[in-house]
Design a protein. Structure first.
Length: 361
């Protein structure tokens, strides 16, 4: 089929490669568009520099949601479901493609698609960075040029047929959702559903950090958001302790303590995690910090230190016994997990109710 300029959109030519199904859909604001795309350079070789089929999932955008590549919404809303079309777009429409492509690639790797961006508009981020981390995208940043997009429209979703994703929410919407997620997490903890509870706490933290990323560090709003984040992170870490995912606890409490060096609960949870992976020195250090920061917990800390010493002795004799029996792994198994809690240990845990009653805050 012969190429034609897309009506009303200078600098865009389209060529339908495969016809779609039914009439042209209606595209009100908020409509979810699911599609696959290939990006090609406008050269003799038609070099492919982007292909969504290499990712686990198709690409999604929402009509009217300030997507950086506005031309994609124009292209997709000219298509029928199942249609495959090739679009040539002039450089005036493709200047932000490197940043969009970088975000899609990071998301496909399970990373934050906004990783490393400053709080500026799209073009501000474009000029701020010397490199996207992808040579072909860096070249497009240096020399904007026309691009070819081969697009397949997979589905068109009704604006009210799906749960709004966090990035679609306005600031006030996100802040209203957080308390509900917090309470839901607490309720799941009481039912012993720690994995699901952790997901709710994590979702709430992501929402708050998204809002916080738009504030200036040190400003009152930024600090207030930090205060909301702390108990959610601690609750998440408590769930991870219950699930015996100790290194996850160590990672997140360490991140928290980098910013809040007097957080007693973070030191305590990290100490428990270190003890669980037989890191005696680190566990003792953190338990001691708990006592230093809150003298009323000195007796509890001493109990924990005594318990840690007893366990380390038990492990020493167990390892020594294995050595005498000819084990090849003599004294090597020092990264195992703790045994299940004994009756005496449960009593110690109960004495922590004033630190984290029912785990939650």
């Amino acid at each position: 089929m012969q190429e034609a300029y897309l009506l009303g959109h200078p600098g865009v030519k389209n060529n339908i490669l495969h016809g779609g199904q039914g009439p042209l859909p209606h595209f009100p604001k908020g409509t979810k568009l699911v599609f696959h795309f290939q990006t090609l350079l406008d050269n003799f070789e038609r070099t492919v520099i982007g292909d969504s089929r290499k990712n686990k999932h198709p690409t999604e955008i929402f009509v009217g949601k300030m997507f950086k590549m506005e031309v994609w919404a124009v292209l997709l809303t000219s298509m029928r479901i199942g249609e495959v079309a090739e679009f040539w777009c002039d450089a005036i429409h493709t200047g932000l493609y490197p940043m969009v492509s970088k975000g899609i690639r990071l998301a496909a790797q399970g990373k934050d698609p906004l990783e490393g961006q400053k709080h500026t508009c799209g073009m501000g981020n474009l000029f701020h960075y010397h490199s996207t981390g992808f040579p072909e995208l860096d070249e497009l940043m240096r020399t904007p040029q026309p691009l070819i997009f081969i697009v397949e429209l997979i589905s068109v979703g009704d604006p009210f047929s799906y749960q709004r994703e966090s990035w679609m929410m306005e600031k006030d919407e996100k802040l209203k959702v957080v308390p509900s997620l917090h309470l839901l997490g607490n309720a799941l903890v009481k039912q012993g559903r720690f994995r699901e509870a952790a997901e709710k706490y994590q979702e709430a933290v992501v929402l708050l950090r998204t809002v916080q990323s738009r504030e200036m560090p040190g400003d009152e709003d930024y600090i207030n958001l930090d205060r909301l984040i702390i108990p959610l992170v601690l609750n998440y870490c408590q769930c991870m302790l219950e699930l015996e995912e100790y290194y996850e606890v160590i990672e997140h409490t360490t991140e928290l303590l980098d910013k809040h060096k007097d957080c007693v609960k973070a030191y305590y949870k990290r100490a428990k995690a270190y003890a669980a992976v037989w890191s005696k020195r680190e566990a003792r250090r953190d338990f001691q910090m708990v006592a230093n920061l809150d003298i009323t917990l000195s007796r509890l800390v001493q109990t924990e230190l005594n318990l840690l010493s007893e366990r380390m002795k038990e492990k020493y004799w167990e390892d020594k016994e294995r050595c005498t029996m000819g084990s090849k792994n003599c004294f090597a198994g020092t990264t195992g997990k703790l045994k299940k809690k004994s009756h005496g240990e449960s009593a110690t845990q109960c004495s922590l109710s004033h630190i984290h009653p029912s785990v939650c805050f």
